[in-house]
Design a protein around this ligand. Structure first.
Ligand SMILES: Nc1ncnc2c1ncn2[C@@H]1O[C@H](COP(=O)(O)OP(=O)(O)O)[C@@H](O)[C@H]1O
Ligand SMILES: [Mg+2]
Length: 380
């Protein structure tokens, strides 16, 4: 697939931007702070309903403006669709498909699929488990857009359950056996089931994803850094050891229910849910060691790139070419990795690159050039 037109209004630093795009490589070049990343961030937002740089929508709306609008015309095969998102921080966002009346923002998912490489990706390897969970869950949603619903169900149930646990914890601390505490405890069983149901679905998808991603990540790492692997992706679940053996969603459900029962006392003491996909991690191993804490800077970069390349490979085979976005990554890499990465992404149907200087864009990525300066995007 590819984007033929990108349109921004009050998004980040842009009052307005209208950018015509074509298949093949397009590079946005310009000094730092001029709005290059802001452009491709909008593409990423349309694909994932989130930014790769911030977790809330507020910074995405131009300072002083009330709302932002991002719009893209997306072509897949012989089908063109226009998607539009209106960001209203503090209120609910709105969405439209083909200028029709409102749809839910999550209905837009799947129309534009993209894989975004960015300097922030290093945190996949070096950062907290939350970074890796987000990586898994975004890819799950790109493979199966209905998972957006499961993810938000899970988050909602988790929040409710935590509130109940806090109430119970508070009542216990104050020695009251009556009122709020007992009521909270009696509804907890129901919430356990809700949590385990959505949790099992999320877990099943994560485990399936990891099993198909594993060989692709290993292959990509070998292409980037021959002889440096092997790469091993290991899921570490908070629900205990049985995870690897559990095949079906029902087994995962039972496993989560059992783990919740076991953790119940401790959860009430601490007032927080200790079991579930929100507490899990993906351990990235290089050879026999975890990459986090052991891998060199260069190895960590290769690992992060390998995960993105594997994502690209997977989406391409399962659902057709996603749009590739490489935000300022070439400047971060040594010559060898830079060339290898460029060769691997060059055949992509559409590749959007940002760079501070022209020389950072490898030769094989010759293509259309835009100069980005002071919020103006001009063809060169
Ligand atoms: N919500 C916002 N409102 C106004 N300006 C913003 C907003 N968010 C970011 N900016 C500005 O955008 C610029 C950064 O743009 P960016 O695309 O990251 O630059 P680069 O070209 O280096 O990739 C900064 O100058 C920042 O102040
Ligand atoms: Mg940038």
């Amino acid at each position: 697939m590819h984007v033929t037109h990108l349109s921004l209004a009050d998004f980040r630093s842009y009052v307005r931007a209208e950018v015509a795009l074509a298949p093949g490589v397009t590079a946005f070049v310009g000094p730092n702070g001029q709005g290059k990343t802001n452009l491709v961030e909008a593409v990423g937002y349309l694909a994932t309903l989130g930014s790769h740089r911030v977790s809330s929508d507020t910074p995405l709306v131009r300072m002083g403006a009330e709302r932002a609008v991002v719009r893209a015309a997306v072509v897949q095969g012989d089908r063109q669709q226009l998607i539009e998102l209106e960001l209203n921080p503090g209120k609910s966002n709105r969405a439209r498909i083909n200028r029709s009346s409102q749809v839910r923002p999550r209905d837009v998912l799947g129309i534009l699929r993209s894989v975004l490489f960015a300097p922030e990706d290093l945190a996949l390897v070096k950062g907290d488990p939350g970074e890796r969970r987000r990586f898994l869950d975004e890819l799950i949603t790109a493979r199966a857009p209905r998972m957006a619903g499961v993810r938000s169900d899970y988050d909602r149930v988790l929040k409710q359950r935590n509130t109940l646990l806090k109430t119970a914890a508070l009542a216990r601390r104050h020695g009251s056996r009556s009122g709020g505490g007992d009521a909270a405890l009696s509804t907890l069983d129901v919430w356990d089931q809700h949590l385990a149901r959505a949790g099992a679905e999320l877990l099943a998808q994560r485990l399936d994803l990891i099993s198909v991603l594993q060989p692709l990540a290993d292959k990509a790492y070998e292409q980037l850094a021959p002889g440096g692997g092997p790469v091993l992706l290991e899921y570490r679940g908070s629900a205990g050891e049985g995870l690897a053996g559990a095949g079906s969603r029902e087994e995962l459900y039972e496993l989560l229910m059992a783990a919740l029962t076991e953790a119940r006392k401790q959860e009430i003491e601490r007032g927080v849910t200790l079991v579930g996909p929100h507490r899990d991690d993906l351990v990235l191993k290089l050879g026999r060691l975890p990459a986090k804490g052991y891998a060199s800077h260069g190895e960590s970069w290769s690992y992060a790139l390998a995960l993105r390349l594997a994502s690209y490979d997977l989406l391409r085979t399962e659902a057709g070419e996603p749009v590739l976005v490489l935000d300022d990554v070439f400047a971060e890499l040594d010559e060898r990795r830079r060339e290898r990465l460029a060769e691997l992404v060059a055949p992509g149907e559409q590749v959007l690159v940002t760079a501070a200087v022209e020389d950072d864009v490898p030769q094989v990525l010759a293509g259309t050039r835009y100069a980005v300066s002071e919020g103006e995007v001009r063809p060169v």
